[in-house]
Ligand binder design. Sequence first.
Ligand code: SF4
Length: 107
Amino acid sequence: MVDPHGVLPLCGAGKLHCSITPWGDVKPCAFLPDDPACIAGSVRERSLLEIWQNSPLFSAFRRLGNPICEACGDARCAGGCRVRVYAATGSLGGAPDPKCSRLAPAG
Ligand code: SF4
């Protein structure tokens, strides 16, 4: 996925790459836990292509996922790191990356 300016997103999870566990579960990023909420499907049940193209989880990773990022105007980060969002909130969407430099307090 390349943005209209020809710049690759800083996070490629679900856009440029994915991860397949040794037991066949497909996740957008290898650093996501083996929580069912982080698993898009299993290559033991569906093809990787079908999961990549049709999984709601992968579709969600291709959107910014929260109103703060959508209003930011600089989508090159692709919404930041969803692993950090998940670690901080227990959810993959709805909040920006807690390490976003634009949200960090000035100081
Ligand atoms: S930025 Fe986070 S979600 Fe994206 S690839 Fe790196 S670890 Fe995974």
